[in-house]
Design a binder for this molecule. Structure first.
Ligand SMILES: [Zn+2]
Ligand SMILES: [Zn+2]
Length: 242
C-alpha cells in the first residue's frame, strides 16, 4: 500500500467513524442501535400470506374474490384488464412498514435496499419467466430532493440476487409526487406520464419493481408504457402492499 492510499484509507475510516457517532445506525422500525433493520423487527414484519392473495394482482385477501380484479375496480382505474401479468408483494403496508419505507425514501437510509430486496425475492413465484428487471422511476422532483432513485436501488439489489440485468427503461418527465392524491387523482396525474427513456428499447419479459403498491395505478401506467414499447410481458414486484 502506497503512502497516499494509506492516508486516504485512514481518512475514509475516520469519516465513517465520525458519521457513525453523529448519526448512529439504528433500526428503521424500533430505533435499536447497530443495524438498519433488527432481527426482531424483521421477524415481526406483517408478511403477506401468498395462500390468501389474488394470484393475478397480489391483493392480500383476494384469492377467492379480489377487490381489484373486478370490472368495477378496473374501470375506476381506467383499464379493462390489468396490463401486467401478475404482481407480488413482500409485506402489508402498516405503520411499521410505512415507517421503514419512509426511512428508506425520505431519510436517505439506502442500506435498507438490500434488506428489502432479500424479503422481496422470497415472494417471486418460481414459475415467473423474467429476462430483465426494471423499475418505476421516481418523479424528477423526488429524484432531485433525494439524490437517488429508491426503486432503482431496490431493482439493483434484486438484480444482483436474481443474476438478471437491471435496465433503466422508463422516465416520467411531468408527473408530480403521488402521495396525498386520491385514486382518481393518481390516475389523472399518471395518464401519459411514463415514457421510454431516449435511446432505450424495451424487449422481452420484465420484472417491474416499486416500493409500495397503493392503488395499482402507477404500476398499470408503467406496465402499459413498457408493453407499448416492445416488452412482451410485465410482472410486478413491490416491497409493501396497501
Ligand atoms: Zn427493530
Ligand atoms: Zn386481483
Amino acid at each position: 500500500m502506497g503512502m497516499g492510499k494509506g492516508i486516504a484509507l485512514i481518512a475514509n475510516m475516520a469519516a465513517e467513524a465520525a458519521a457513525e457517532t453523529l448519526w448512529p445506525t439504528r433500526c428503521a422500525i424500533c430505533d435499536a442501535p447497530g443495524v438498519v433493520l433488527c432481527e426482531r423487527c424483521r421477524r415481526n414484519l406483517p408478511f403477506l400470506d401468498w395462500w390468501r392473495a389474488c394470484r393475478r394482482c397480489g391483493s392480500p385477501y383476494g384469492l377467492v374474490q379480489c377487490d381489484l380484479c373486478n370490472p368495477v375496480s378496473l374501470s375506476r382505474m381506467g383499464v379493462k384488464q390489468l396490463p401486467f401479468a401478475s404482481c407480488a408483494s413482500a409485506v402489508l403496508f402498516t405503520g411499521d412498514t410505512g415507517q421503514l419505507v419512509r426511512v428508506f425514501k425520505d431519510q436517505g437510509e439506502q442500506r435498507l435496499a438490500p434488506e428489502m430486496a432479500r424479503l422481496m425475492i422470497r415472494v417471486v413465484p418460481p414459475d415467473w419467466q423474467i429476462d430483465a428487471l426494471t423499475f418505476v422511476p421516481a418523479t424528477l422532483v423526488a429524484f432531485r430532493n433525494r439524490g437517488y432513485d429508491h426503486a432503482e436501488l431496490l431493482a439493483q439489489s434484486l438484480s444482483g440476487l436474481l443474476g438478471l440485468p437491471c435496465e433503466r427503461t422508463l422516465q416520467r418527465p411531468r408527473s408530480r409526487d403521488q402521495r396525498g392524491l386520491s385514486a382518481a387523482g393518481r390516475i389523472r396525474n399518471l395518464s401519459g406520464s411514463f415514457a421510454l427513456r431516449q435511446g432505450t428499447l424495451a424487449h422481452g419479459r420484465y420484472l417491474l419493481v416499486d416500493d409500495v403498491f397503493t392503488t395499482g395505478a402507477t404500476l398499470c401506467a408503467a406496465s402499459q408504457a413498457l408493453l407499448a414499447s416492445g416488452a412482451t410481458e410485465v410482472r410486478c414486484l413491490t416491497f409493501a402492499r396497501v
